[in-house]
Design a protein around this ligand. Structure first.
Ligand code: PDD
Length: 277
C-alpha cells in the first residue's frame, strides 16, 4: 500500500476521495513535487516552505512540515531509495456540499505518494518550444491544483510537435507551462521577478544560487519578445526538467529565436549535477 490518503496507506486502486472534495470540484487545493536523487532529497525544506506559503495564501490551516516523515515512508514503501523518484503532495481544502462559501467546519484532505522519475541524462536534451499568450490567472505564485490553463498551453505545444510552451504576458515572457525560464543576454542571466505572475521555482532559486557562486550576474527582470535578437542562450528549469537548453522558439508559426550559444547553460548544468548527485 503506497498511497497516503488522510491517515491511511492504500493501494492505488483503493485510494478514493469524495466527489464533493473541493480540489475535485473547484481546484481548491495546492500541491508540491519534490525530487529524490537515489533516495536523497533535493531542497526538501524549500519545497515544504513553498507548500506552506501556498496553504497560507489560500487560508488552509495545516503544517506542511509535518509531512516530511511521510515523504520518506512513501519512498520506502515502493523501494525507491536506490533509484530517482519524486513525491507528490496534494492538500485539498476538504469535502463539503458544493458552494462557493467555505464551511467553517471542513477537514483538510492530504494525498501523498512517491513515483519513479528519470532524472539522469537531462544534459543530453535540448527543447524546441513554442510561445503563446499567458492565459493563466494573476496568482501563479500559488501552486494550485487548478492547472487547466497550464495543461491547455502544454497540450497546444505537444500537438504542434514542441516540447514546451513559453508563456507571454503583455509581450513579456513569464515562464513555461510547467517550467521556469532564463535568458542569457550579454552574459547576464535574466528571469522574470518573483510575484503573482510566476511560480517561485525551487530549481530557479538554486540556479540563482549557483550563479552567485560562479560570479555570473543575474537580474530578475522580464524579457520582452522583441528582445530575443539580443539573447544568446535560453534554458528552462524545474524539479523533473532540471536544466534544459532551448534550441528554438516558434511564435505565431514563425521562428523567432534560434540558440546562438550554450556555454553558460552547460556550466550551470555541470554544477547542478554536482549538487544533486
Ligand atoms: N512544475 N513553473 C511552473 C508553472 C511549474 O509548474 C513548475 C514545476 C515550475 C518549476 O518549479 P520547481 O523548480 O519548483 O519544480 C515553474 C511541477 C514539477 C509540476 O507541476 O509537476
Amino acid at each position: 500500500s503506497e498511497v497516503y490518503l488522510n491517515g491511511k496507506w492504500l493501494k492505488p486502486d483503493e485510494a478514493y476521495v469524495s466527489v464533493f472534495d473541493r480540489a475535485f470540484m473547484f481546484g481548491d487545493g495546492v500541491y508540491e513535487v519534490t525530487p529524490f536523487y537515489k533516495g536523497k532529497a533535493f531542497k526538501l525544506k524549500e519545497h515544504l516552505k513553498r507548500l506552506q506559503y501556498s496553504l497560507d495564501q489560500i487560508q488552509v490551516t495545516f503544517d506542511a512540515f509535518s509531512l516530511e516523515n511521510l515523504m520518506y515512508e512513501a519512498l520506502d514503501r515502493l523501494n525507491l531509495n536506490e533509484t530517482d523518484a519524486a513525491v507528490y503532495i496534494q492538500v485539498s481544502r476538504g469535502a463539503a456540499a458544493r458552494s462557493h462559501f467555505i464551511p467553517e467546519k471542513i477537514e483538510t484532505s492530504i494525498l501523498l505518494y512517491a513515483f519513479p522519475v528519470a532524472l539522469e541524462g537531462f544534459e543530453n536534451k535540448t527543447w524546441e518550444v513554442m510561445a503563446t499568450e499567458d492565459k493563466r490567472w494573476h496568482r501563479c505564485d500559488i501552486k494550485s491544483t487548478a492547472l487547466l490553463a497550464n495543461v491547455m498551453a502544454n497540450e497546444e505545444a505537444i500537438a504542434a510537435g514542441f516540447a514546451e510552451n513559453l508563456l507571454v504576458r503583455k509581450g513579456y515572457f513569464t515562464e513555461g507551462s510547467h517550467s521556469s525560464l532564463f535568458f542569457v543576454k550579454y552574459g547576464v542571466l535574466h528571469t522574470h521577478p518573483e510575484g503573482p505572475e510566476i511560480l517561485s521555482g525551487v530549481t530557479r532559486a538554486e540556479v540563482i544560487n549557483i550563479c552567485a557562486d560562479l560570479n555570473i550576474k543575474v537580474v530578475e527582470k522580464a524579457v520582452h519578445i522583441d528582445e530575443l535578437v539580443e539573447v544568446d542562450e535560453i534554458f528552462v528549469t524545474g524539479t523533473t526538467t532540471q536544466i534544459i537548453p532551448i534550441s528554438s522558439i516558434t511564435h505565431k508559426n514563425k521562428k523567432v529565436y534560434t540558440a546562438r550559444k550554450d556555454s553558460i547553460t552547460r556550466k550551470l548544468q555541470k554544477v547542478f549535477i554536482e549538487r544533486t548527485r
